[in-house]
Design a protein around this ligand. Structure first.
Ligand code: ARG
Length: 519
């Protein structure tokens, strides 16, 4: 179908020539009412093309679907539809191959694509805007972009979760100190620590998936704010763009940016989790702890101190987690006082979103790489995990198991701990007392302590191993689903398929040349 675009465009050019060539990219969209051209300073402040050109694929896909809908509604003829589709395809090819030489003096991506179209096919290009507005256009473009961005974020998250689950399985039985208040608390395993982050990441994946369900609505056909006077099937239009359904209220549709907020929130929370992981690893990789060592290729050196191995990747993750909170609150503040419906403030929604998507693309692979090359110093962790301060609770548990009320046991053991500290001895060296038996003291054993934490979700090595195995199975399923989602979404978010399938449909039925007529 794509091959025939040459013919279409020959037709388009002939039509254009009849109307006389004009450099349309130099005109602007709303000149009619104004006697003076826009001031340079206005343009510098107002124009968004420098960043919203990022939406050009989505804008073309939206225009393809709209042209087809206009054809079906007999607003344009089948032949005109073909010409518009062919020219849009050419613009897409231009974008993908050479890129655009310049944007003329166009304000934004929507006016640019339309002007580019006009350069190829002349005034027919102006018919494409029948019944639509840049307000429903930008809402649609952004929604298409966001759905793809959410899928990408989710897949990055699955990647990091997988690396952690692999570590968890391998280190399910590797004891390490567990902390509360960053004070040694109870023995856990390194695998259990990994699985804590897997749990957070799985919730993040779930958040991305559920937000995708809410986002799956097409604003196109909402017009500027009141809907469109054209008799067109918005359900079909939504499906043509790969959406599940059309939006329900035109006023809301052109001004709603909930998906953008939810995306920023989900990424901010993801980074909140990754920032905690980063902080743990920064601490664990210090000389003082020495639990882990960062892989050389994901660490940096110091220009002055030759012994340094710096955790820059982790620090940047932590830093960006803070900055993302700013992106999120910035967007929330942008939206909070806007009267219905569209306001130009909404133009400022895009840059934080683009920055966030770019950040994910850089940060998540770096983090996955760092984690997969992480060296775990099992012996150091084992030694630290064997300290009295971590195992004292085990003695209280042992006493409680033979009938001493736990509160009483706690009191006795804590006094014993203070005594041992005063004498600079370990609890074992101090030996049994009236209340603490030799048998209770045998509880001061790392492996024994670990093996007793058998509750579901606990740190007993067999539990951790089972949890890691289950997580890996879940991750494989999520990956399968990702594959499926990617394949399905291609028609929605990637213009070539949207166009190709659209053209196929046009040729099959809706745009038979006899049927379509301009009213
Ligand atoms: N560049 C605009 C934006 O990003 C497109 C919509 C313009 N609509 C308008 N009524 N001025 O929001």
């Amino acid at each position: 179908m794509i091959d025939s675009s040459d013919n279409r465009n020959a037709l388009g050019r002939a039509l254009f020539d009849r109307h006389g060539a004009k450099k349309m990219t130099q005109t602007n969209l709303w000149g009619g009412r104004f006697q003076k051209p826009p001031a340079e300073a206005l343009k510098r402040f107002n124009d968004s093309i420098s960043f919203d050109i990022n939406l050009v694929e989505e804008d073309i896909a939206g225009s393809v679907a709209w042209a087809q809908a206009l054809g079906r509604a007999h607003v344009i003829t089948a032949a005109e539809t073909e010409i518009i589709l062919g020219a849009l395809h050419e613009i897409q090819i231009e974008h993908r191959t050479s890129g655009f030489a310049d944007f003329g003096n166009q304000e934004d991506v929507h006016s640019f694509v339309e002007a580019r179209l006009a350069e190829t096919i002349g005034p027919l290009a102006g018919r494409l805007h029948t019944g639509r507005s840049r307000n429903d256009q930008v809402a649609t473009d952004l929604r298409l972009w966001l759905c793809q961005a959410v899928r990408t974020a989710r897949n990055h998250t699955v990647d990091v979760a997988e690396v952690l689950a692999i570590h968890a399985q391998a280190e399910a039985g590797t004891p390490m100190p567990g902390y509360t208040h960053l004070q040694q608390a109870e023995v856990i395993t390194f695998g259990h620590w990994c699985m804590a982050y897997v749990a957070m990441l799985m919730r993040d994946v779930d958040r991305f998936d559920s937000l995708l369900k809410r986002a799956d609505e097409c604003p196109l056909g909402s017009g500027a704010l009141a809907g469109t006077p054209l008799d067109l099937d918005r359900h079909r239009l939504a499906r043509a763009l790969g959406f599940d359904r059309p939006t329900e209220n035109s006023l809301d549709a052109v001004s709603d940016r909930d998906t953008a907020v939810e995306y920023l929130f989900a990424v901010t929370l993801l980074f909140g989790h990754m920032s905690r992981l980063a902080e743990d690893l920064i601490i664990y990789s210090t000389q003082e702890f020495g639990f882990v060592e960062l892989p050389d290729e994901y660490a940096t050196g110091s220009s002055r101190m030759p012994q340094k191995k710096n955790p820059d990747v982790l620090e940047l993750v932590r830093g960006h987690a803070g900055r993302l909170i700013g992106e999120l609150t910035g967007l929330l503040a942008l939206l909070k006082g806007l009267p219905l419906a569209y306001n130009k403030d909404l133009q400022l929604d895009k840059e934080p979103l683009f920055r966030t998507a770019a950040l994910l693309n850089d940060a998540m692979p770096a983090l996955a790489g760092l984690l997969s090359g992480l060296k775990v110093h099992q012996e150091v962790m084992y030694e630290k995990a064997s300290s009295d301060s971590l195992l004292a609770t085990e003695i209280s548990d042992s006493m409680a198991a033979r009938g001493v009320p736990f509160r009483e046991a706690h009191e006795i053991v804590s006094k014993r701990v203070a005594e041992a500290a005063k004498l600079k001895m370990s609890l074992r060296e101090l030996g049994p007392s009236v209340a603490i038996t030799e048998r209770d003291l045998r509880a001061l054993d790392v492996d024994l302590a670990l093996s007793r934490k058998t509750s579901f979700g606990g740190s007993a090595p067999w539990r951790v191993r089972a949890a890691a195995k289950e997580a890996k199975t879940k991750i494989a399923v999520l990956r399968g689903a990702a594959q499926l989602v990617q394949d399905e979404s291609r028609t929605a978010a990637q213009a070539p398929e949207a166009m190709r399938s659209g053209m196929d449909r046009a040729d099959e039925n809706s745009f038979s040349t006899e049927g379509g007529q301009t009213p």
